[in-house]
Design a protein around this ligand. Structure first.
Ligand SMILES: Cc1cc2nc3c(=O)[nH]c(=O)nc-3n(C[C@H](O)[C@H](O)[C@H](O)COP(=O)(O)O)c2cc1C
Length: 221
């Protein structure tokens, strides 16, 4: 009887040790590097929480002339040319996805929206159901559309049947980093300098996303 209980306990332990790591895709769009940096911090936070992480960019769609007119944009594209471009296969692979995108008139950049608009086939096949998702953003003005941009991302996620994981105020770091409960966001000045220190908040959001994804994954086994 006792041996049986130990077997059961041991078996359970073994089973949970055998559970694959959470697979996290961090998918971003960035013209001048802010959201790229946030994606890197998310990767660090998620890896520290035990996830297998891919950082992926969405395809640039802006005309060459527009990019060439902004030296910071041109430089960023050159610096990140080797970052893999996100595909539908990456979404299928991932248990969890963190999106990061700057605001464009309080909305998602077309580049990110275009990527989301390629997911119709996955959606129709039910492949996006229960993906654990979370969003981050940036803007030039403190009230320039941070929350609106994250919310509009979450609108698409609701159509996916995804599980949206906002940071809320689940950690003290939220109170020292701008405190956006929808998803970490940062204000950048005209030179592209971040005005709040959001590094730890991004890492917290990444860890929380991984932790919730792990719970969902365990629940599904
Ligand atoms: C077309 C366009 C629209 C923008 N709209 C807004 C806006 O509505 N509010 C705001 O505060 N910043 C706005 N910005 C500034 C960007 O959000 C800012 O440059 C971005 O957050 C920097 O992120 P990145 O370095 O990852 O590209 C806009 C920038 C562009 C190019």
């Amino acid at each position: 009887m006792t041996v049986g209980i130990f077997d059961k306990l041991f078996g359970q332990k073994k089973e949970s040790n055998n559970m694959e790591n959470v697979k996290l895709a961090v998918i971003y769009y960035s013209s001048t590097g802010t959201n790229y940096k946030m994606a890197q911090w998310a990767k660090e936070g998620a890896e520290a929480a035990g996830a297998d992480v891919k950082v992926l960019r969405v395809e640039e769609l802006a005309p060459e002339a527009a990019i060439a007119s902004n030296p910071a944009w041109k430089e960023h594209i050159k610096a990140t040319k080797d970052v893999p471009v996100a595909t539908n296969d990456d979404l299928e692979w991932a248990d969890a996805i963190i999106f990061s995108a700057p605001t464009r008139f309080g909305n998602l950049p077309a580049q990110m929206k275009q990527f989301l608009d390629t997911t119709g086939g996955l959606w129709a096949g039910g492949k996006l159901i229960n993906k654990v998702v979370s969003g981050m953003s940036s803007a030039s003005n403190p009230h320039g559309g941070h929350e609106a941009t994250v919310q509009v991302l979450y609108t698409s996620m609701m159509h996916w049947g995804a599980i949206i994981v906002p940071p809320g105020y689940t950690d003290a770091v939220q109170f020292t980093s701008g405190g956006n409960p929808y998803g970490v966001s940062v204000t950048v000045d005209q030179e592209g300098n971040m005005q709040e220190d959001v590094q730890d908040a991004v890492k917290h959001q990444a860890k929380r996303t991984v932790d919730i994804a792990s719970m969902v994954k365990k629940g599904q086994e």
